[in-house]
Design a protein around this ligand. Structure first.
Ligand code: GDP
Length: 451
């Protein structure tokens, strides 16, 4: 799921790597690629259109951040917009103030409702609830038996309309509305605090089925109506979701079969088109293959940018705006980069956490693991010690640091003179680079790239 979409997006972002500034043409090309990738992933056309125009507007807009380079900035925007179309905040199940909480499941036949009923009830049981499953799918042969099997696996009782079967209950047969009502009454009487009502579906949306679902809903006034949709159905997802929205007006969406090789379009379209949040994800046939749906986590899974997103968050949280502004002004005034600035920058980097941890979070870090393991954080300590052994005058005018001063700095910081020489050499290069950058604009945090 999402593999090819992820690959396409990652490839798109790679093209932005190392760019100091994004031209309108860069943004256009990127947005075009994103649009194509989404369409190929079966995302509904209106959703793609809206998404692309939001990205373009924001990428060209004034969202400039000192902490991020332009490539990271675009990743951040795309990520935020993905979270938005996936429904924004994580939406929790609404429990009734006066139990039982009534949850009704709706969706096409084969969408995964019965399977979900088992998963949801097991999960709720694990949370300390005592759910009751109610079998109102009287259309499909075996649906009731299937729910009973699922209930047994979940260790949750099933209220079913067939006396004499494995059910421990006796319920009216034939009329799903009556079964639903009786099920809720049973739950109230036996002190089940959650009732999950499984309803019938058809292979296609039809008026009779929708009418039945609506009558069940009106009879039991559920706290949640969950619309279960097979993530594999692609472009059809939008029409199906709209039909159920008109028909039963669901309160939340459950995406099933997210473990399959669907291209992900349904997942990205349904919440956006209906304005209803995706609440759960079903990821297999087993009773435990079930997750709460977190739009933010799903978005990072789609972007598949390693942990670059948390890196971006960290950089933004810790980036000292005043310091960045001071540096920017310095560049603009063509002042020299000094060891005082160098120290200030090292403080910024330190604030962002352990260097090694940061590097490990970069995409592709797995391949560099060995080198990273060898990376010695004390190297930064040594550099800092050398700078601190310089006099204030030396820090501002490093040119005066001659041989005897180098020897003194080495002694003061407990390193070899060759290390001081190396530092001064690297510093000279950095100074030159800073000059160049001053002419070409601030490319964001020096030393950080997109991987
Ligand atoms: P219902 O008609 O809506 O009740 O659908 P079912 O719960 O009977 O599911 C239809 C088929 O899809 C069954 O074979 C399930 O085992 C399978 N299924 C349901 N959910 C998932 C899922 O998340 N992943 C996979 N791979 N199969 C699923």
């Amino acid at each position: 799921m999402f593999n090819s979409l992820s690959d396409r997006l990652t490839a798109t972002f790679k093209n932005l790597r190392g760019k100091g500034r994004l031209s309108e043409a860069d943004v256009d090309a990127t947005v075009r690629e994103i649009r194509r990738a989404l369409l190929d992933a079966d995302v509904a056309v209106p959703v793609v259109r809206e998404f692309a125009s939001r990205i373009k507007e924001r990428a060209l807009g004034s969202e400039v951040s000192g902490a991020l380079n332009p490539g990271q900035q675009v990743v951040k925007i795309v990520n935020e917009e993905l979270v938005t179309i996936l429904g924004g905040e994580t939406r929790r199940l609404r429990l009734a103030k006066n139990p039982p909480t009534v949850i009704m499941l709706a969706g096409l036949q084969g969408a995964g409702k019965t399977t979900l009923a088992g998963k949801l009830s097991k999960w709720l049981k694990g949370q300390g609830h005592s759910p009751l499953l109610v079998a109102c799918d009287l259309q499909r042969p075996n649906a009731v038996t299937q729910l009973q099997v699922v209930g047994k696996r979940a260790g949750v009782p099933v209220f079913a309309p067939h006396p004499g079967t494995t059910s421990e209950f006796d319920a009216p047969t034939g009329d799903p509305v009556a079964v639903a009502e009786a099920g809720v009454a049973e739950a109230r009487q036996k002190l089940h605090d959650v009732v999950i009502v499984d309803t019938a579906g058809r292979l296609g949306v039809d008026a009779e089925m929708m009418d039945q679902a609506r009558r069940i809903r009106d009879a039991i006034t559920p706290d949640e109506v969950l619309f279960v949709i097979d993530a594999m159905i692609g472009q059809d997802a939008v029409n199906t979701a709209k039909a159920f929205e008109d028909g039963v007006d669901f309160t939340g969406v459950v995406l099933s079969k997210l473990d399959g090789d669907a291209r992900g379009g349904a997942a990205l379209s349904v919440a956006s088109v209906t304005g209803k949040p995706v609440m759960f994800a079903s990821t297999g046939e087993g009773v435990d293959d079930f997750e709460l749906f977190h739009p933010d986590r799903m978005a990072s899974r789609i972007l598949d940018m390693g942990d670059i997103l948390s890196l971006i968050e960290q950089a933004e949280a810790n980036w000292d705006k005043d310091e960045a502004a001071r540096m920017a002004k310095k560049f603009a005034d063509q002042e020299d980069f000094t060891f005082e600035d160098f120290l200030a920058q090292m403080q910024q980097i330190r604030k962002m956490g352990s260097m090694k941890k940061m590097l490990m979070m970069m995409p592709g870090a797995q391949n560099m693991r060995q080198q990273l393991e060898q990376f010695d954080e004390r190297e930064i300590d040594r550099v800092e010690a050398m700078v601190r052994s310089m006099t204030p005058h030396e820090r501002l005018a490093p040119k005066i640091i001659n041989g005897s001063r180098r020897a003194r700095i080495a002694r003061g910081s407990g390193v070899h003179v060759s290390e001081v020489n190396g530092l001064l050499e690297r510093f000279g290069q950095a100074q030159k680079m800073m000059k160049k950058m001053a002419q070409g604009g601030m490319p964001g945090m020096p030393g950080m790239s997109m991987g």
